[in-house]
Write a protein of this length. Structure first.
Length: 297
């Protein structure tokens, strides 16, 4: 009975969104995107699209999303939004991070990406334009992937902090006490495999078109680069996502080394009390700000 009720609710929600979508103006980018997609299908094989297309989407998205945070360090006005203002980025650290990223991307992640084609073939996942899900279905699928990845990340990330194994694997990621966007995927190769597994679980559950692979890659990169950016910028659209952790939440993890283990949302840390030190720190900072304002007045 409960299952039928859930299905009816989902169907009703789907119909409601579809009804609202019918009143929205046509997306001016839809036709150019359709033309580009069909051109890709006509000129490249499925293997090329799944392998090299996925690599290009990952690399271009990763470094483009890193650009704003990289530029912020050269803009004095943006320094007031930097969370750990006493620990500026250095060229030495950024260059070291970049070299490690290239190794991880091409020697760890690329071999995994090469399996994308075989995954789509095994599960008979379509590539065609006509089979592509609507934008709201794609958004819901990406959110579902984020929920699954967040659960995996919380428990495996917390395990990687265990004193018996921390220094062998996860310590590499914590070389930077004050993180910056490009450092999001700076990690030991084993960590890339262990935590990266959570990314693929949602794909296995939800994937009904190859476009979800790329949409989820972009969404995940936006989130992880944002929380590692080191900047808490106002009017960040990601803050509209319910229970979104954000940069301050994860920045505290790098500063404190304990707690705030989740990647995207706050509920697992709240449920298990692993955000208690972060909450205490926030209260302490609020009191400091109040005292400073009183003195200024």
């Amino acid at each position: 009975m409960a299952m039928n009720d859930s299905v009816n609710i989902l169907n009703s929600a789907y119909l409601a969104v579809e009804y609202i979508d019918s009143f929205l103006p046509d997306n001016p980018l839809q036709q150019p995107f359709k033309n580009a997609w069909n051109y890709m299908l006509d000129n490249y094989t499925k293997f090329q699209i799944a392998t090299w297309g996925s690599l290009i989407v990952h690399e271009v998205s990763y470094f483009l999303i890193c650009v704003p945070g990289f530029i912020f360090q050269f803009i004095p006005y943006m320094q007031k939004y930097k969370i750990q203002q006493d620990k500026p980025e250095t060229w030495e650290k950024q260059w070291k991070c970049f070299k490690t990223l290239l190794f991880n991307h091409f020697f760890i992640q690329l071999p995994l990406i090469c399996g994308t084609y075989y995954f789509t073939e095994y599960f008979n996942i379509p590539y065609g334009w006509e089979e592509m899900p609507r934008w709201y279905v794609l958004a819901a699928q990406c959110f579902g992937c984020a929920v699954i990845e967040d659960a995996w990340h919380y428990f495996l990330h917390r395990l990687l902090h265990h004193k018996r194994i921390y220094k062998y694997i996860h310590k590499v990621h914590h070389e930077f006490v004050s993180p910056f966007g490009m450092q999001a995927e700076y990690a030991h190769p084993l960590e890339t495999l262990i935590l990266g597994t959570g990314f693929f679980i949602g794909i296995v559950v939800f994937c009904n078109h190859v476009v979800l692979l790329w949409a989820w890659v972009i969404c995940r990169l936006m989130e992880t680069i944002d929380v590692h950016s080191g900047y808490d910028v106002p009017l960040n659209p990601l803050h509209l996502v319910p229970f979104y952790a954000g940069a301050r939440f994860h920045d505290f993890h790098h500063m404190n080394f304990i707690g705030n283990y989740a990647s995207t949302f706050t509920w697992w840390d709240r449920l298990f009390g692993t955000d208690s030190q972060f909450i205490a720190y926030q209260e302490k900072e609020k009191k400091k700000q109040c005292v400073t304002k009183k003195k200024a007045n």
